[in-house]
Design a protein around this ligand. Structure first.
Ligand SMILES: Cc1cc2nc3c(=O)[nH]c(=O)nc-3n(C[C@H](O)[C@H](O)[C@H](O)COP(=O)(O)OP(=O)(O)OC[C@H]3O[C@@H](n4cnc5c(N)ncnc54)[C@H](O)[C@@H]3O)c2cc1C
Length: 409
């Protein structure tokens, strides 16, 4: 849904002397957005506290493809992180599509020679651990679920579910697709169900159908299993399935049973891979319809990552656009001497591009149901599709992946 945003907060003085007079920045969420933001701001000498609702960091069964635009942005933030991720992950060089029984449909090289960075498949947990190691433990507060914030002339007062409170000068909502910060900031409901379910897992596995450095999609209309070599012997899998109703498995074993049921007539290697996967690490998620925001900030509070631009996973851009956001936000805060100007620069450099990617992701979802659909014909009741979201696949890929973070600010 497209949202006309109205602030629920009273206006406060944003004529703060920033960034040098920052005392503290509070970040809600220790996903890729929160961790990257903390690393970037600490490099500017800013005191940062991340508040995360989880009680512990544990390996989540998901793999991610970092694409050239995301890697360039992350490298601008911290080149050493990218170097470490390249050692752990797998640079993709071939893209295949097969039928559910394994017969080849498409086999082509990954075309990354026109871009500054490769396509890198890596375990989500590796990204989280590599970034977390860059932060002092005292800046990370687990078991801190934000339930409320209040903006005052002096700062932003935070209240957590565990009864603790804190006051920060700037609050950054990096709390994901169902962001509490976004909800309170703009009074918006969570994004609605988008008609797709996903299940994801990671497992050490070898099979001739899943060679190193390959992405392979086993697909039929409305259902596909995406397999990525994640490096170090790991294969990540993601089942994406169109379904009108939300599936809520009662426990990890029933989620695994559901996936096995969905692929029961597919190639035996796929069933074996899922069978081997520890049910407790399988991630079951609904895919939400995009929520397209025209504004990401209000006074001393702003958003990054999925909180700012929830999108379906079909273009693999959630984490990648998140790293673009973080670079833009941290650069704006370092270049401007008051918060209002910094936020203005951040939103100007980000919102239009993020919206374009959200619309193109919607097109990808529509095309998964109807492979004959072409981008120039794409319409959505959400609003007018930006021209850049309707260009050919090659033109869109070039625009997306040739992103130069240093040219944006
Ligand atoms: C099937 C699937 C495949 C995907 N594949 C890719 C891919 O290949 N490439 C890609 O770029 N992206 C991919 N994505 C998207 C990617 O996972 C997200 O875009 C990315 O994780 C967003 O990072 P984030 O930090 O904004 O949010 P999250 O990763 O959701 O992190 C938010 C954090 O905030 C915490 N939190 C939430 N609420 C509170 C609260 N009230 N108080 C405190 N903490 C809170 C959460 O516990 C969580 O740790 C995929 C997603 C799915 C579902």
């Amino acid at each position: 849904m497209t949202s006309d945003i109205q602030s629920e907060n009273q206006p406060v003085d944003v004529n703060l002397k920033l960034p040098n007079n920052y005392q503290t920045v509070g970040i809600i969420g220790a996903g890729p957005a929160g961790l990257a933001t903390a690393i970037a701001l600490r490099k500017q000498g800013i005191e940062v506290h991340i508040y995360e609702q989880a009680k512990a960091f544990r390996p989540i069964g998901a793999g991610v493809t970092l694409s050239p635009n995301g890697i360039s942005s992350l490298a601008a933030l911290d080149a050493d992180i990218v170097q470490q991720l390249k050692q752990q992950g797998s640079q993709l060089n071939r893209f295949r599509i097969r039928t559910t029984r394994g017969w080849p449909i498409l086999n082509q090289p990954v075309k990354d020679n026109e871009y500054d960075q490769p396509f890198l498949a890596i375990r989500w947990f590796s990204i989280q651990e590599t970034m977390r190691a860059k932060l002092p433990p005292e800046s990370l507060h687990l078991n801190h679920q934000l339930i409320h914030f209040e903006q005052t002339q002096q700062g932003v007062n935070l209240t957590f579910e565990n009864g603790e409170t804190a006051t920060v000068d700037l609050l950054i909502g990096a709390d994901g697709i169902r962001s509490v910060v976004r909800k309170q900031l703009f009074g918006l409901e969570d994004p609605v169900y988008g008609g797709w379910m996903t299940w994801r897992g990671v497992q050490k596995y070898q099979h001739r159908l899943l060679p190193p450095h390959h992405t392979t999609i086993f697909a039929k209309r409305g259902k596909s299993l995406i397999l990525l070599d994640n490096g170090q012997g790991y294969v990540s899998w993601a089942l994406e399935m169109a379904t009108p109703t939300v599936v809520r498995s009662q426990n990890p074993e029933s989620a695994k049973a559901q996936v096995l049921q969905e692929v029961s007539k597919w190639h035996p290697a796929l069933q074996e891979l899922i069978n081997l996967t520890d049910a407790n690490t399988i991630v079951e998620r609904t895919v939400c319809a995009p929520l397209i925001l025209s504004k990401w900030s209000d006074n001393r509070v702003t958003l990054v990552g999925d909180a700012a631009h929830p999108m379906a996973p079909f273009l693999g851009q959630g984490t990648n656009t998140t790293f673009e956001d973080v670079w833009a936000l941290s650069t704006s805060l370092s270049q401007q001497d008051n918060l209002e100007a910094a936020i203005d620069q951040y939103e100007t450099s980000r919102i239009e591009r993020a919206q374009t990617i959200q619309y193109r992701t919607m097109f990808s979802a529509a095309q998964m149901r109807n492979p004959l659909l072409r981008p120039q014909w794409f319409k959505t009741p959400l609003g007018e599709v930006p021209a850049q979201a309707k260009v050919s696949e090659k033109a869109f890929s070039d625009w997306l992946y040739q992103y130069d973070p240093s040219a944006q600010t």
